[in-house]
Design a protein around this ligand. Structure first.
Ligand SMILES: [Zn+2]
Length: 325
C-alpha cells in the first residue's frame, strides 16, 4: 500500500472539536442513578469507613441529602435502608410504616420531580442477612420469598416509588411482582430487574455500608461469576416475566455480559458499579495513584460503551457536577 492511500485514523483526533464530533459514546447526568443509604434512629450522618466520601444519612434529615443530590444534577435515586428492626423475615420492610416505605415516601415528598427507585430485597432487614426467608433446609426459600417480595414492592409503589428494583435473585421474582403491582392498580410502575446479579466479592464494602450481618454466602441464589450464557438466560427470563429494564451487577468486571445482553435485548440496560469498584478506585485516588475525574469518567464511558443505558454509581453526584462544568 502506498503511503498516500493509507487511511490515517489520527486525522480525526487532531483537535478537541474533531474528537468530539466523532465520539461514539456520551455520558449524561440523566443516565445516572445515585444509590443512597438511609439509616433510622441516628441524628448525625455517619461516614462509611469502607467507602471514602459515602455516608449513611439519618432518616430524620434525609431531605437535605436528597436535595443535595438533586442540586448536583442527579435525577434518580436508589434507596437502601439501614434497619434497626431486623428479624428472621425482614418484616419491617413489609409494613406501610416501616423504614423502607417511610424513606420512599419522604424522598418522593422532598423531590417529586426525581425518579425514586426502591431496592427490593430483604438482606438489609433480616437478622441473618440473607435475601429472603430461610427454609427448613437452611437455604433461602424461593417461593415464600416471592410472596414477600411482591408485597414489599407493592408497599413501595404505594409509598410513592416511581420504579421498583428487585435484587433478591429469586426465580420468578419479576412475574410475582408484576402480577401483584398490576392487581393493585400499579400497572404504570416499571420494574428494573437485577437480572444478572453475580455472587461477587466486590459487594464487601456495601455490607458494611448497609449494616448487613450476613452469615454464610449467597452462592445458592446469586450467579456464579464464571457464567455468561446463564446470565443471558436470567435476562431472557426477566424480560419474559415483564421486566422494563435489565441490570448487570457488578459493572466493570462484567462488561462482556453487558455487551452480550445489548445484542440480545431491546430493553434498556443498567449497570451497577458496585461498592468494591467504588472503593478500589477511591483508595487509588486518595494515594494519588490514579487521577479521579479522568478514571471515573473513563469507567462511565466503558460501561456505556459496553451497552449500559443507565449507570448506578456512588460517583453519580461527582460525575453530574463534572458534566455540568
Ligand atoms: Zn439482598
Amino acid at each position: 500500500m502506498s503511503v498516500d492511500l493509507l487511511y490515517r485514523p489520527r486525522r480525526l483526533r487532531l483537535t478537541p472539536a474533531l474528537r468530539a464530533m466523532v465520539r461514539e459514546t456520551l455520558v449524561q447526568p440523566s443516565q445516572l442513578v445515585y444509590p443512597m443509604f438511609i439509616e433510622e434512629g441516628i441524628s448525625e450522618q455517619q461516614p462509611i469507613s469502607s467507602m471514602p466520601g459515602i455516608f449513611r444519612y439519618p432518616e430524620k434529615s434525609m431531605d437535605k441529602a436528597v436535595k443535595e443530590a438533586r442540586d448536583a444534577g442527579i435525577s434518580s435515586l436508589l434507596l437502601f435502608g439501614v434497619s434497626h428492626h431486623k428479624d428472621e423475615t425482614g418484616s419491617d420492610s413489609l409494613k406501610p410504616d416501616g423504614l423502607l416505605a417511610r424513606m420512599v415516601k419522604r424522598a418522593k415528598d422532598t423531590a417529586p420531580d426525581m425518579t425514586i427507585i426502591s431496592d427490593n430485597c430483604f438482606c438489609e432487614y433480616t437478622s441473618h442477612g440473607h435475601c429472603g426467608v430461610i427454609g427448613t433446609d437452611g437455604h433461602v426459600h424461593n417461593d415464600h420469598t416471592l410472596e414477600n417480595l411482591a408485597l414489599q414492592a407493592y408497599i413501595c409503589a404505594q409509598a410513592g416509588a416511581d420504579m421498583v428494583a428487585p435484587s433478591a435473585m429469586m426465580d420468578g421474582q419479576i412475574a410475582a411482582i408484576r402480577q401483584r403491582l398490576d392487581a393493585e392498580g400499579y400497572t404504570h410502575t416499571p420494574i428494573m430487574a437485577y437480572a444478572s446479579k453475580f455472587a461477587s466479592g466486590l459487594y464487601g464494602p456495601f455490607r458494611a455500608a448497609a449494616g448487613c450481618d450476613l452469615k454464610g454466602d449467597r452462592f445458592t441464589y446469586q450467579m456464579d461469576p464464571a457464567n455468561a450464557r446463564e446470565a443471558q438466560t436470567e435476562a431472557a427470563l426477566d424480560e419474559a416475566e415483564g421486566a422494563d429494564i435489565l441490570m448487570v451487577k457488578p459493572g466493570m468486571f462484567y462488561l462482556d455480559i453487558l455487551a452480550r445482553l445489548r445484542e440480545q435485548t431491546n430493553l434498556p440496560l443498567a449497570a451497577y458499579q458496585v461498592s468494591g469498584e467504588y472503593s478500589m478506585m477511591s483508595y487509588a485516588f486518595q494515594k494519588g495513584v490514579l487521577d479521579e475525574k479522568r478514571v471515573v469518567m473513563e469507567s462511565m464511558t466503558a460501561l456505556r460503551r459496553a451497552g449500559a443505558d443507565i449507570i448506578l454509581t456512588y460517583f453519580a453526584p461527582r460525575v453530574a457536577r463534572w458534566l455540568k462544568e
